[in-house]
Every structure is written in C-alpha cells, then in structure tokens.
Design a protein around this ligand. Structure first.
Ligand code: FAD
Ligand code: SF4
Length: 298
C-alpha cells in the first residue's frame, strides 16, 4: 500500500471545493471497498478524505417523498420502518448484500460507488482497462462466469456489483449530489453510464462531487415489491443474477411495474418499455414470459 495523507473533512461545502486541488484525493466512508482496494494496490490515492462525520445521517419523509442520507449504514436503512413498509425491495436488496458486519460499517453512498468484483480488476498482475486506460482486458477470453452479458463493450465486460443500485433503479430513485458547482439531483437511471471506450468512467459524478442523499417516491408498485437474488452461496456473495420487481395490482391485473435486473449487466439493467408492456395485462405466465423475452432482446 502506498503512503497517503489522511484527513477528516470539515464540511461538505469546503471538501467539495478543496477536492479538485488535492491531487489523487479520494473520499472514504465506511471503507469496506476502499481499504480492500488500497491493500490490493488497485486504488492508490495520495490523500483520503474521511466523510463519515460530514454526510448527514437520517431518513426524512415529506408527503410521498423519502430522503435517505448517503451517510447512513446499510443496516440502518435496511431495518428502518419507513423503508421496510414502503420499499421492501430496498430493504431486501440490502439484507441480501455482504454480511452483517460489513452492512454495519458500509454506507449507502459507498455502496452505490463500490467497484466491480471482476477478479482481473482486483489483481494488479493482470491487464485491466478499468484500472489503467488502454492496458487491455484479460477477462475477455478468460474466466468469465460472473461477467456481464448486457451492456458490455470491447474494452470491458465487468458486472455492476451493487444490489442496492438495482432496487433503486427499479424504483427510479433520484441521487442528490453536491460538488464545487453546487447541488444537483440526478435520476439514478441516468447516473450510471455504459463503459464504452473508457471503462474507468462508471457514473456521471464530477471530480470531488459527493452523493448526499437518495430520494424515493412512495407508490403502490414500490410497496408491493421484492428483491430476488440468485448466488453461489446463501450469504456473503454477489449476485449471479437478481431481479428487483414491484407491481401495482388490481386483483390479477397489473396497473404499473417497476423492474430492474442485477448481476447480468455492466450497470443496473432496466428497460422502461418492458415496464410499460405490463400495464393493464393479467399476471399470467404468458405475460411474464413475453416480458422476459423483450427484456433479454434489449
Ligand atoms: P467506501 O469503501 O468508504 O467507499 C467506496 C467508494 O465510494 C469510494 O470510491 C469512495 O470514495 C466513494 N464514496 C463513499 N461515499 C461517498 C459519497 N457519499 N459520495 C461520493 N463518493 C463516496 N455489495 C452489494 O451490493 N452486494 C453484495 O452482495 C456485497 N457483498 C460483499 C461482500 C464482501 C466480502 C465485501 C467486502 C463487500 C461486499 N459488498 C456487497 C460491497 C459493500 O456493500 C461495499 O463495500 C460498501 O457498500 C461500500 O460502502 P463504504 O461506505 O464502505 O464505502
Ligand atoms: Fe478490467 Fe473490465 Fe476487463 Fe475486468 S472486464 S479486467 S474490470 S477491463
């Protein structure tokens, strides 16, 4: 691990201003991804800015909106009554992630920005375009069982790892961010980007911009939802594939649907047309199979 400067942030405002001028600076929240990757020599920041005390912790409700602070731990959000009652898929996605110890440390902001688990990315003896632009990709043609099949490019086939991001994509949540140019909101469906030419770029945050909160909207399809995760072992394991599904039902007719897939794409995978396909259809096996075929073709 290379030597680095450690700093506890003063305020969100001052840190997002200072960040750009501090070469090689990175934020540290719960550290459950960051410290792993530093020990593996994959990430080599010159300075680490600890943001745990800066980013507000709490969940607030205003009418049909719920604002979840980015600094809350995965455990606290998973068990919060407002989340369990209104967004079961979010609670389940969190509880099916990692382990209790990690969930007690790891934050919501850090979860959304964790790095891929591609084993070639995590081992510096292999070539990886995501670690070093233009160096090549040893995963292509290598051991690729856990790799993405949707949204891949010739440069990178790494799977997006966050279960939480899949549930938030299904619910079309909104990311609240703050950077040197001020505050802004970003629909999570526009937050992650396709790898394209440079797989190092994974989202549209600017240098030094912080995620401050996640906004969710209470709606029938969110209340009647679940997160299903298929993995190699029952705990402490990333998804081979997963589905976040919410349905607004009137008896056996679907009035609206919120759907995203995980473990299969280079970003949380959603297809708005497939959600619209469900509207006013019956909950039959035929409807589900037709929708699944459309989803796989996109
Ligand atoms: P950190 O490690 O502190 O930071 C991660 C990244 O986010 C860094 O780049 C940091 O700069 C950045 N960052 C953090 N907060 C902010 C912010 N507010 N604004 C801007 N940037 C920020 N995850 C799953 O979803 N599903 C799993 O099944 C799963 N299994 C796991 C199993 C193991 C063994 C381990 C070690 C991890 C697993 N994880 C899983 C990942 C885990 O959920 C993440 O490591 C964790 O959520 C990261 O949060 P953190 O607060 O520790 O982030
Ligand atoms: Fe790196 Fe992506 Fe290739 Fe994995 S798939 S080695 S992350 S470029």
């Amino acid at each position: 691990m290379q030597v680095f400067r450690f700093k506890t942030g003063d305020s969100v405002e001052s840190e997002v201003q200072d960040f750009g001028s501090s070469e090689g600076a990175m934020y540290l929240a719960g550290g459950t991804t960051m410290l792993d990757l530093m020990k593996l020599d994959v990430l080599r920041p010159d300075s680490l800015v600890h943001i745990s005390s800066l980013v507000h912790k709490g969940i607030e409700r205003s009418k049909d909106k719920i604002l979840v602070s980015a600094g809350m731990t995965m455990s606290d959000v998973a068990e919060h009554a407002l989340i369990v009652e209104n967004f079961p898929m979010v609670s389940e996605a969190l509880l099916l992630s990692a382990s209790p110890q990690i969930r007690n440390m790891a934050t919501i902001g850090g979860n959304l920005l964790q790095r891929t688990r591609c084993p070639y990315y995590r081992d510096v003896t292999y070539r990886c375009n995501k670690r070093e632009t233009g160096s090549g990709c040893d995963a292509i043609g290598g051991v690729d069982r856990m790799m993405a099949v949707l949204g891949t490019s010739e440069k990178c086939i790494a799977t997006h790892p966050s279960d939480l991001a899949v549930s938030l994509s299904a619910l079309a949540a909104v990311v609240h961010a703050q950077g040197a140019r001020g505050k802004r909101t970003i629909p999570i469906r526009e937050f992650y980007i396709a790898y394209g030419e440079d797989p190092i770029a994974e989202n549209i945050l600017e240098n030094g911009e912080l995620i401050t909160a996640i906004e969710l909207t209470i709606k029938p399809a969110a209340k009647n939802s679940l997160y299903l995760k298929v993995r190699d072992r029952a705990s402490y394991e990333f998804a081979l594939s997963s589905a976040a599904v919410g349905l607004e039902l009137e008896e056996d007719t679907i009035r609206s649907a919120s759907i995203a897939l995980g473990g299969v794409g280079t970003k949380p995978w959603f297809v708005a047309e497939v959600e619209s396909f469900f509207v006013d259809r019956k909950t039959t096996r035929g409807t589900i199979e037709k929708a699944a075929t459309r989803l796989a073709k996109k």
